[in-house]
Design a protein around this ligand. Structure first.
Ligand code: HEM
Length: 540
């Protein structure tokens, strides 16, 4: 009871500044003790002997740059972007007991993330105690390489190529999910609605279908509990980040309560997916992979049957973490990107009208858009690129870690340094983009063709580039085109216009806002080929 009241209080973002101060104080003590005990802890100026030091803001003794970041957790990306303007495309920061290197130059990010030495993940306590080195996001070395190769093959297969094949069952299910979303949207008619929960259910179902072959009713309590647990988990993980750098923070009751809650949420999430995996295992048939779990179960079976095979990372525990990683990585990012997409459409009605005009011309109103239409919907495609650029939902990517002291662009990046790629800075750099603050899809069109410059990198780049990029792009394309074909989106005139600045949580989210979805004059049936249950469309 007390713990749950404490956690409710913790989830209120106003407490984060307090936590930050706690982290700073503990950071100072930790570093002080480390120095006293002569442990090897890098100091702000310790980039090494006569080697040129990386530039960066001056830190205070013991706490480094932590004090400059107090209260900046919701705008961390802006703070780092401000420093990039002063210190350049590569600079360093001292965060508690660890050194961070911030890359904001796209060419440097491309070069760095191709390098094996910069492809590890920071050695965080969470990773050790919860993920246990398994999965796709925090795994490393041979395990990561093998699992990534397999998962990539499957995600590309399920994500893009199968979504293009309309007769495929999975594709039909995803189209059905979009229809269900629009059916619920239809029921709101002229009422303003916050799309957050509705999008969670649709994206959650698309991911569950792709990964485990299962969909849930929007009101299913088990499904809703799982979505809530994962959402809460993202907030808690962000709050407890400090524990990764200073494990001693766990001795603070509030931090320990967060840590224990993250662990219990993780167990609940595993229980949810365990039952889905069991269902799959009971119904699988030889040679048929209906989804990611099916493919994984077949792989485990194949390797067990192969007597010459003695070492493999394909285990049940590994499969579980891969499933959780794919769901976790795909959920918040795709949902948030779609929230931004609909907000931008409502804030830029002329762009929305151009997309709708293109959809009416190329797809018409008798069928839903399919992946085959993508190549012809140039302005729509450019608009989706602009949504990804402007929103930069993963503004600092995922942290990487240097596995050894490495000379890079004339500087030494020390072993153990956490490397952040400031994708937000790249996507808002005035030297690369004309008027980057403007929402303008035209910037991606050259002579009527979509052209994506090398400095457009919403899914990061290199060895650890997003594994679900194809699925995410396909989902965004199908959802955005289907919704805009059927609805006109607007902000409620009686409410203040939502502002398009984001708030940084695990991803960069728009501030809470409501939209009105008014049905357009269309007569689209419930599936791409016109079959399926039609959903009524009323006139404006
Ligand atoms: C618009 C949606 C998405 C965006 C913007 C996005 C962006 C990113 C970014 C920036 C990274 C960090 C790469 C790095 O470490 O350098 C990443 C990693 C990852 N993403 Fe995505 N992502 C999206 C959707 C998805 C989806 C749908 C899935 C799967 C279902 C997915 C799975 C992953 C995984 C597994 C990783 C870790 C890869 C690794 O460590 O090897 N993502 N994503």
């Amino acid at each position: 009871m007390l713990r749950s009241a404490l956690l409710t209080c913790i989830l209120d973002s106003s407490i984060t500044s307090y936590l930050f101060i706690v982290i700073v104080v503990f950071g100072a003590v930790h570093r002080f003790l480390a120095v006293i005990l002569k442990r090897k802890v890098p100091l702000p100026s310790s980039s090494g002997g006569s080697r040129p030091s990386l530039p960066g803001p001056r830190g205070l003794p013991l706490v480094g740059n932590l004090l400059s970041l107090v209260g900046a957790d919701a705008i961390f990306h802006l703070k780092l972007t401000g420093w990039a303007k002063k210190y350049g495309g590569i600079y360093r920061l001292s965060l508690g007991s660890s050194e961070a290197v911030i890359l904001s130059d796209p060419a440097m990010i491309r070069e760095a993330f191709k390098m094996e030495q910069f492809s590890a993940r920071p050695d965080m306590l969470f990773v050790k105690q919860i993920v246990n080195g398994n999965g796709l996001i925090f795994s490393e070395g041979d395990l990561w390489k093998e699992q990534r190769r397999f998962a990539l093959q499957q995600m590309r297969h399920f994500g893009m190529y199968r979504l293009a094949a309309e007769e495929d069952q999975l594709t039909q299910k995803i189209h059905g999910e979009i229809q269900e979303f629009m059916h619920v949207l239809d029921e709101y008619k002229e009422t303003a609605v916050d799309l957050d929960q509705l999008l969670s259910r649709m994206i959650g179902n698309i991911l569950c279908t792709t990964i485990c072959g299962k969909r849930f009713e929007y009101s299913d309590p088990t499904f809703l509990r799982c979505l809530d647990t994962m959402e809460e988990g993202s907030k808690l993980v962000k709050l407890a980040m400090g524990i990764n750098y200073l494990p001693v923070l766990r001795s603070i009751p509030m931090m320990n309560a967060i840590f224990l809650k993250i662990k219990s949420n993780n167990l609940a999430t595993k229980a949810f997916f365990r039952s889905l995996i069991s269902e799959r295992a009971e119904t699988m048939e030889p040679g048929i992979s209906r989804d990611f779990v099916d493919a994984y179960l077949h792989q485990i079976q194949k390797l067990r049957d192969d007597e010459t095979f003695d070492a493999s990372f394909f285990t049940d525990a590994q499969m579980m973490q891969c499933v959780i990683d794919l769901f976790g990585a795909g959920m918040d990012t795709t949902k948030t990107s779609l929230q931004w997409a609909f907000l931008y459409m409502a804030l830029h009605p002329h762009v929305q009208e151009r997309v709708q005009e293109e959809l009416d011309r190329i797809v018409g109103t008798d069928r839903s858009p399919t992946m085959d239409d993508q190549k012809d919907l140039k302005f729509t495609e450019a608009t989706i690129c602009e949504i990804l650029r402007c929103s930069s939902v993963f503004p600092l990517g995922m942290p990487h870690e240097a596995t050894e002291d490495t000379m890079f662009r004339g500087f030494t990046v020390p072993k153990g340094a956490t490397i952040f790629s400031n994708l937000y800075a790249v996507h808002n750099d005035e030297t690369l983009w004309k008027h980057p603050a403007e929402f303008n899809p035209e910037r991606f069109l050259v002579n009527g063709q979509v052209e994506k410059p090398s400095f457009f990198m919403p899914f990061s780049t290199g060895r650890r580039v997003c594994l679900g990029d194809q699925l995410a792009k396909a989902e965004m394309f199908l959802v955005i085109t289907s919704v805009l074909q059927r609805f006109h989106l607007a902000t409620p005139s009686a409410e203040p216009k939502p502002d398009a600045s984001g708030v940084l949580g695990m991803s960069l989210k728009p501030k809470p806002h409501r939209l009105i979805a008014t049905p357009r004059k269309t007569s689209v049936a419930g599936s791409p080929n016109g079959k399926g249950s039609p959903v009524e469309c009323s006139e404006k």
